[in-house]
Design a protein around this ligand. Structure first.
Ligand SMILES: [Mg+2]
Length: 381
């Protein structure tokens, strides 16, 4: 009589992992602590008896041995928990994975969390595909939502000054970005100041300029350098100190005029709550690929929003899936973008004059082109 009642719940029938190493847009890029030639994408495809496939991934240094730890965790630890389960019950599955006693014992950050992120994103991709709509809609977002994108791909620390300035001008004048980020943390900090001064002079006063030290400095040097950034109307200083240093960031945030941004190296809601409660952060930067996926990044965004702090996700996914989170969450109006992997997807992100165009296809935007897998794929464990 009621046909809907006769339809059996959808179940997960198989999971398959993948690893892709996608070249960055130039020969190689560097910040103060990392230098890379490729972006790593260990991920998962979740198959169901209804035919839909969910795609999820995390973002790495493109180091095959450690990427394989992530895919092996997905396949061997989470895989056995997921088979036969209803993929639409995301909260239940998330808890089964995150609070599983033997798994929790071996890792509540890093590999286990990044593997969880890939699975969670794939589950959200599936849920939106089943609903026949883009994920931002499934998450409650509006057609009218506006998200500004800031570009990080022009500001690398290994660029000579002229290239840095030329790239900043190109992003603003030709591509229409209203916000850009540049790296700091040179051996000689006076060089950082000269570079920031040159970029500010090149783009003019109306452009938001963010800076990022990637955890390089220690006190009191951090206070000295970050203190001088106010002269160039810098929007924020990101990760000025070592990632876990709550006390140091609290002291620094109180001592300088430039706001502090951080979060890309935090792997749990609890860690974010510590920084927020201590007043150690002004711009909160969850990353769904390092936290436990969209599910936990949403909770972090809620916590920050409730504390009155703006949220601007860090793009371990190069914004591909977090575009949906950002369009839907009330605390997010600014999102990081780097263009390296966008063409790997069936629906690449579209950005016009620095604003995100809402994705239209069903899912989280994570469905890969077969050609990308063929071209950039590496054997996963
Ligand atoms: Mg950063």
């Amino acid at each position: 009589m009621y046909s809907a009642l006769l339809v059996a719940a959808m179940i997960i029938t198989a999971i398959e992992t993948f690893i892709m190493h996608v070249p960055v847009t130039r020969d190689g890029i560097a910040d103060s602590t990392h230098s890379i030639t490729h972006w790593g994408m260990p991920g998962v495809m979740i198959y169901t008896d209804a035919g839909q496939i969910g795609y999820g991934f995390t973002g790495t240094h493109a180091h095959l041995a450690s990427d394989r730890l992530i895919t092996s965790c997905i396949a061997q630890c989470y895989g056995e928990l997921l088979l036969g389960e209803n993929p639409l019950e995301i909260e239940k599955l998330w808890s089964m994975m995150a609070y599983n006693p033997p798994l929790q014992w071996v890792g509540r950050a890093g590999i286990m969390t990044m593997a969880l992120a890939a699975v969670d994103i794939a589950l959200w991709d599936l849920k939106a595909k089943v609903a026949g709509e883009p994920l931002w809609k499934t998450l409650g977002g509006s057609e009218d939502a506006e998200v500004e994108m800031y570009n990080t791909d022009g500001g690398w620390l290994n660029f000579e000054l002229q290239m840095l300035v030329d790239d900043a001008k190109r992003l603003v004048e030709e591509e229409g970005y209203r916000s850009i980020k540049m790296k700091v943390g040179k051996e000689d900090f006076t060089e950082d100041i000269r570079r920031v001064e040159a970029v500010r002079a090149a783009v003019g006063p109306g452009v938001k300029l963010m800076t990022d030290a990637n955890g390089r400095w220690r006190m009191p040097l951090a206070a000295e350098v970050a203190g001088r950034l106010k002269d160039y109307d810098v929007e924020w200083i990101e990760e000025p100190l070592w990632h876990d240093d709550v006390r140091g960031h609290t002291e620094l945030a109180a001592a300088i005029k430039t706001p502090v941004a951080l979060g890309e190296m935090l792997y749990s809601l609890a860690q974010f709550q510590e920084f927020i409660a201590a007043g150690a952060v002004h711009f909160v930067q969850p990353d769904a690929t390092r936290l436990g996926g969209i599910s936990e990044a949403w909770q972090v965004s809620d916590a920050a929003h409730a504390a009155g702090l703006p949220v601007s996700p860090h793009a371990g996914d190069m914004a591909q899936a977090q575009a949906h989170l950002s369009l839907a969450h009330p605390g997010i109006s600014l999102l990081e973008f780097i263009p390296w992997i966008k063409d790997c997807f069936v629906e690449p992100l579209r950005i016009e004059t620095g604003s995100l165009r809402s994705p239209e296809q069903p899912g989280a935007g994570t469905t890969l082109r077969a050609s990308a897998l063929e071209r950039f794929g590496k054997p996963s464990a």
